[in-house]
Design a protein around this ligand. Structure first.
Ligand code: AKG
Length: 406
């Protein structure tokens, strides 16, 4: 079929690699029913039920980083239209999807919205046997043709469906984010102010049947670079997540949406909520579809917990995103969890530097070489802190030596 990406031809040398060596830890231990939470209780008049529902959401975010919601309010009919549009999009010719501009010739999509395989993969373990459309909601809203009669715009059915779907999922994402914030004692407008319709995005995934099922990932293990993600997976299955150090398979539930906590919520909550690694396994016989909505802030949003002591230093979403991209570029893999730990590490580094500076200042003061802390800044600017310490030791040794001589 000419819509099928040429995985085998293009990634031949990568796929020649023997299979990924799964250790016992990599193997999934079984199919798990992750917590299922009925959102209907939020609409009822029973306050105790409402509070219990909120507690379940918070508990699942702490213990699993993942949960499912039922009675989420997305009309079946909207789902069906969305799924139809998704299938139609992927059935376009590969040429149209991946040609010059990568998807820009498909209404509502901008250039580079289409990905297939993993161009940055350096080994089979970093390779994803899947194709995806990364859909910016700004593109969807601005793609219509101007209508000279009404002064508005005419949108394609695809754009209207995606926009309608995105609006419903977005309000669901905000509702859950606010419940989680409230559980932290924060009744904040943070999400309303920073996560706008055009800063979040949708991803449509398709996992074609794979001739090496179980030996190649459909989507490599990763955590999400957002606040939270809402995923709909079809009945094929293949989504797995880490629970208590082992990979477990999420049993598909046609009634449910999957929610998972992203890296930003982990940092913002000071490690109360967990951004958990997940992956998708390939299937030898059937194709699989999923849709994910990522709740993201604008690039300048600063992420900082108000709990003390803070596990992570304050950082901007832009800074974090760039670090993730750099990591993918250099290592071929996405190590979101590592990124977040790096922020932790730099907090420790900052503390070490502060202690280091105090030691140098004390030494210099003791030998009457420094009378104000200001001078130290000039010293540090002249070289690294290590050189600075060596210089200090040299001088103090010399000083002590010459004093002893006197
Ligand atoms: O396909 C799925 O079930 C998960 C998708 C996912 O993790 C992603 O798009 O980041």
């Amino acid at each position: 079929m000419d819509s099928e990406p040429p995985f085998q031809e293009f990634y031949n040398s990568l796929l020649q690699e023997k299979e990924i060596k799964f250790t016992a830890v990599d193997e999934a231990v079984g199919e798990y029913k992750i917590p299922v939470i009925d959102l209907n209780r939020l609409n009822g008049s029973n306050e105790a039920d409402k509070e219990e529902c909120k507690r379940e959401i918070a508990r699942a975010s702490i213990e699993w980083g993942f949960f499912q919601i039922v009675n989420h309010g997305i009309p079946q009919e909207v789902w069906q239209r969305m799924q139809l549009e998704q299938v139609n999009l992927f059935r376009q010719s590969f040429e149209k999807k991946a040609g010059k501009g990568k998807g820009e010739n498909l209404p509502g999509l901008s250039g580079n919205s289409y990905r297939w395989g993993t161009p940055t993969a350096k080994c089979l373990k970093q390779f994803s046997w899947s194709e995806a459309f990364h859909i910016s909601l700004t593109d969807v809203f601005t793609s219509g043709q101007p209508n000279s009669f009404s002064g508005g715009r005419i949108y394609s059915v695809r754009c209207l469906t995606i926009a309608e779907f995105a609006a419903i999922v977005s309000s669901l994402a905000h509702l859950i984010a606010e419940i989680l914030a409230e559980n932290l004692g924060l009744k904040s407008l943070f999400f309303k102010e920073n996560c706008l319709p055009n800063t979040s995005y949708l991803r449509m995934n398709r996992y074609p049947p794979c001739p090496l099922p179980g030996k190649v990932f459909g989507l490599t293990p990763h955590t999400d670079t957002d606040f939270l993600t809402i995923v709909y997976q079809d009945q094929v299955g293949g989504l797995q997540l880490v629970k208590d150090g082992r990979w477990v398979t999420v049993k598909p539930n046609p009634e449910a949406l999957i929610i998972n906590i992203g890296d930003l919520f982990q940092a913002w909550s000071n490690d109360v909520y967990m951004s958990v690694k997940h992956r998708v396994m390939t299937n030898g016989q059937v194709e699989r579809f999923s849709v994910a909505y990522f709740l993201c802030p604008s690039y300048d949003t600063m992420i900082q917990s108000d709990k003390e002591p803070q596990v992570y230093r304050k950082f901007s979403y832009r800074e974090y995103k760039e670090q993730v991209q750099e990591d993918v570029r250099i290592t071929g893999g996405k190590h979101k969890q590592k990124q977040i730990q790096d922020f932790h590490a730099s907090l420790i580094t900052l503390e070490l530097v502060r202690i280091w500076d105090e030691i140098i200042i004390e030494m210099l003061k003791r030998y009457e070489l420094l009378d104000s802390n200001e001078n130290l800044k000039d010293w540090v600017e002249q070289g690294t802190r290590f050189q600075c310490l060596m210089k200090t030791l040299d001088i103090t040794n010399y000083y002590r030596y010459s004093k002893d001589k006197r």
